[in-house]
Ligand binder design. Structure first.
Ligand code: SF4
Length: 214
């Protein structure tokens, strides 16, 4: 196994932690004890996907943020509120939606008392990938929306460019409709009200493509 420059006690693969039964409940329970990579060590808890098995739409983000890590639930922080807002605007029922992340534990750097998000590394994404594979298999969504470059590259390949391909149906076997857009946290990173407004409008327009296809 490659040496990633830290003490490796974990296999860097979640596969050994997958349950025999692959119901959502069994998956969630097993993921809570995953030690597939080192990220579990400093995070509060596993943040597994959330939503009903019959969900027609699945959103995949990057990883839980600070709020999600504490709550144990995905998309409950400020970025999640942006997603909810856009869903409501385009008329996608939240009950029809399953939300999850490529990586299930919060990766961060400490700056003083603050825990700053850090982009998960390739080996962390690869390690966690089996969970997402199981979620995709169980939910089998009609529409799969990849939020941000990390999710899009993890599922569509490292040469994928959001800026070029956002908001239009993509060639993929993962679902009938596969679409990528920015992560809603990018709305929050804009500096001015105008820029935020514009980014929110573009994000909402991308989700409208999904709403119209359903
Ligand atoms: S990030 Fe994924 S692979 Fe790593 S410990 Fe957490 S659930 Fe397991």
């Amino acid at each position: 196994m490659a040496d990633h420059g830290h003490q490796v006690a974990e296999p860097n693969d979640a596969t050994p932690f997958l349950p025999e039964r692959t119901s959502l409940k069994a998956l969630r329970e097993a993921a809570a004890d995953c030690r597939g990579c080192h990220l579990w060590r400093h995070a509060t808890q596993t943040v597994f996907g959330e939503g009903q098995k019959k969900s027609r739409v699945m959103f995949v983000g990057e990883q839980p943020g600070d709020k999600e890590d504490r709550a144990g639930r995905p998309f409950v922080g400020p970025a999640g509120r942006e997603l909810d807002r856009a869903l409501e605007e385009v008329g996608i029922d939240r009950a029809d939606v399953y939300v999850t992340n490529v990586v299930k534990h919060f990766a961060f750097e400490e700056r003083g008392k603050r825990r700053m998000h850090r982009t998960p590394k390739r080996f962390e994404i690869d390690a966690c990938r089996p969970w997402l594979g199981e979620e995709l298999r169980v939910i089998a969504p009609e529409a799969l929306i990849l939020l941000g470059a990390t999710a899009a590259k993890a599922l569509l390949g490292s040469s994928f460019r959001i800026t070029r391909e956002r908001g239009r149906p993509l060639e993929s076997d993962l679902a009938d409709l596969v679409l990528a857009t920015v992560h809603p946290s990018s709305i929050l990173r804009q500096r001015t009200d105008e820029e935020r407004y514009e980014e929110r409008r573009r994000f909402t327009d991308d989700l409208r493509v999904v709403a119209e296809a359903l």
